[in-house]
Design a protein around this ligand. Structure first.
Ligand code: NAI
Ligand code: MG
Ligand code: MG
Ligand code: MG
Ligand code: ZN
Length: 459
């Protein structure tokens, strides 16, 4: 290309940008017809036609540019999108238009089809066999089966054998497993809650297993959770393993189990938490009784409305929560926040409960805007994590910001910041001077951040 052609092209770009800034939709259309690739060009100011039209409130030019595939996520030298500019200058109709959801994931997150890692607490080691929950004969036979495994919970905490920290041992924290003989007295007590968790998924009997059903075929061992109010010190005496305890801090101690046992605990703990909170019927206040091997609680008042039809008060709760890594429109920064209760220096993904009648995508947009003031456009689901404190289901998403100014909701978030990809990599892989610390690897927050780095690494 000669210098004369270059300047002719530059001249055309400047004329196009000028038309957009003046709101001359006829001229803008003519330029786009003559040279479609002009749509995302920037002039000397580093602003696109969309930014200029947004600055001056020219709605029809903005519409025209968007209809020609203009990139609404590009940023000027101050990291502002056209959305930011329209909002700053008070052109609400334009910021609403630019804030609408549509395409955009592929541009900001190319390669986002990468399969995410499995999350902690999500592994299903047991087959839940929900059909057996109403089969009393089968369940009773399993109770006394010598292969059946019982897990013991006190105050919603499972008995574990923990490695001794003082002598530097680095063993694994493991669930203590009991046989029928060691718990049968507890099963007779009215306050005990017994939950059928499922049967092991393994297909072949090990040499020590002898469990058979009535037809004589081998069946994999069944697992139950026992929730009891008995004295914890006395309960610990029942176990032959060393260093047993009921950990005090679920948020910290339950993250030390292996993946398989963590999955079983996620199931057992959430159901036990629900029983501990639903002793009385939320509809009429009468006492409730346990049914279906621990998966139902029904009101004992025969007149109660909750006994007609399907009532969600009768079944264990799952509370949906959205958790999202918000990606800057430039694709190279992400938004992380910290709550006051976080350890010093730790930043994590924003999160919040889904409200009734709300989609996952809308919950992501609402929570991000409430907590950080940042507006989100496209939302992409990545993976989820059961979080048994007490019964959240964390739905992990990547979300693309359409605005970049931060204004935190101080009642919930102490600080929120954009971190560059380099800062995130440095913090995650313990670089020389990490800007912050990341949440532990067992959290979906950690995995979402890692997932985003993985996507970017493919650029
Ligand atoms: N696994 C992970 O990586 C992470 C897990 N989490 C979990 O997500 C949950 C939700 O995140 P937040 O930012 O606290 O939510 P949030 O931003 O919605 O604010 C929490 C507030 O929402 C209200 N709320 C609405 N529905 C509720 C419900 N069903 N249960 C309890 N409170 C409810 C309460 O006033 C509560 O204080 C947390 O409880 C936490 O356990 C949060 C961040 C990371
Ligand atoms: Mg919130
Ligand atoms: Mg929150
Ligand atoms: Mg909320
Ligand atoms: Zn009732």
């Amino acid at each position: 290309m000669t210098s004369l052609q270059m300047s002719a092209k530059e001249e055309m770009v400047e004329k196009f940008l000028d038309a957009a800034a003046r709101g001359d939709v006829v001229q803008v259309t003519a330029h786009l017809a003559q040279m479609p690739s002009i749509v995302n060009q920037t002039g000397y100011s580093g602003w696109t036609a969309l930014m200029l039209a947004a600055r001056n409130g020219h709605y029809s030019v903005v519409e025209k540019l968007l209809s020609h595939g203009c990139d609404k996520y590009s940023v000027n030298s101050s990291s502002q999108t056209a959305y930011d500019i329209a909002k700053f200058w008070g052109h609400r109709h334009i910021s609403n238009l630019l804030g609408r959801t549509d395409e955009g994931c592929q541009r900001v997150l190319p390669g986002s089809e990468i399969i995410p890692q499995e999350n902690y607490f999500s592994r299903e080691m047991l087959d839940r066999l929900s059909g057996k929950r109403t089969d009393k004969t089968w369940l009773e036979a399993k109770h006394s089966d010598p292969d059946t495994v019982y897990l013991m919970f006190s105050k919603l905490s499972p008995m574990v054998s923990a490695p001794q920290e003082d002598n530097g041992a680095r063993g694994e924290t493991r669930l203590c497993r009991f046989r029928y003989e060691a718990v049968k007295d507890l099963l007779q007590k009215p306050a005990t809650v017994l939950i059928f968790l499922g049967v092991e998924r393994r297909k072949n009997p090990s040499s020590s297993s002898s469990s058979q059903n009535n037809g004589g075929t081998w069946e994999p061992p069944a697992w139950f959770a026992v929730g009891t109010d008995e004295d914890a010190v006395e309960l610990l005496k029942r176990c032959r393993e060393k260093n047993c305890c009921f950990p005090k801090s679920p948020n910290r101690d339950l993250l030390k189990l292996n993946e398989e046992e963590a999955g079983v605990v996620a199931q057992a703990r959430s159901v036990l938490c629900w029983h501990s909170r639903y002793s009385f019927c939320p509809t009429c206040g009468s006492s409730t009784g346990l049914e279906e091997a621990g998966y139902k609680r029904s009101c004992l008042n025969s007149e109660c409305r909750s006994l007609q039809g399907v009532h969600n008060t009768c079944y264990p709760r799952v509370d949906p929560v959205v958790i999202m890594l918000v990606v800057h429109p430039d694709g190279n920064q992400c938004l992380l926040g910290r709550k006051k209760i976080f350890p010093t220096g730790m930043f994590s993904c924003l999160a919040g409960f889904v409200e009734p009648g709300e989609s996952v995508e809308e919950a992501v947009r609402r929570e991000v805007e409430e907590e950080s003031g940042v507006k989100v456009g496209p939302v992409q689901y990545v993976s989820c994590q059961p979080w048994p404190m007490p019964s959240s289901l964390m739905m992990g998403c990547l979300a693309i910001a359409v605005s970049t100014d931060i204004s935190v909701d101080e009642s919930e978030i102490e600080e929120a910041r954009w971190f560059s990809r380099e800062q995130v990599i440095d913090s995650m892989f313990k670089g020389a001077r990490p800007a912050f610390s990341v949440p532990p690897r067992q959290t979906i927050a950690h995995q979402l951040i890692r997932h985003w780095i993985g996507i970017n690494a493919n650029l």
